[in-house]
Design a protein. Structure first.
Length: 155
């Protein structure tokens, strides 16, 4: 997955997909919803075949419309919303499926994260003050470091 930064707010996903296809020849790609940054610039993520992504990552930029946009590799550590553990998603969870979803911010049930009244809690580190998918979590940082090392070995 790649992240495309510095987009013009008027750029459409079709324009982005068209330019990526022109640059890489990738026919199968998915462009995610664009989000506005505090700076006023826009960004989006794109999922495309590895070889095509590598070509864009190596280049580091792509011209979309009149704007040169930066390209960076994007990867995340999956968070299971069933057991709130890192490294897998609900579909592959070994815990029995819960009917009531726990809030990923505090790990309690009965509310949604957006309306969470409780202090942040990390079930991975069993500590307050951060969530499992936060860079403040030493387990999350360890998994990110391993993922980066694996990517470097692959190249």
């Amino acid at each position: 997955m790649i992240e495309i930064l510095d987009l013009d707010g008027a750029t459409t996903n079709e324009e982005i997909a068209g330019r990526i296809t022109e640059e890489t020849g990738a026919s199968e790609l998915k462009i995610y919803e664009q989000t506005k940054l505090r700076s006023g610039a826009w960004r989006t993520k794109a999922l495309l075949p590895r070889k095509s992504a590598d070509k864009l990552i190596t280049s580091g930029k792509i011209r979309i419309g009149l704007t040169f946009c930066r390209i960076v590799e994007r990867f995340d550590i999956p968070l299971c919303f069933n057991c709130l553990s890192l490294g897998h998603i609900n579909k592959h969870c070994k815990e029995p499926a819960s009917l009531e979803r726990a809030c990923f911010k505090c790990t309690r049930t009965g509310h949604v994260p957006k309306e969470c009244p409780n202090e942040k809690y990390c079930g991975e580190a069993e500590q307050t003050g951060h969530t499992s998918n936060s860079y403040n979590c030493q387990n999350y940082r360890k998994l990110m470091k391993e993922k980066i090392e694996n990517l470097r070995r692959r190249k």
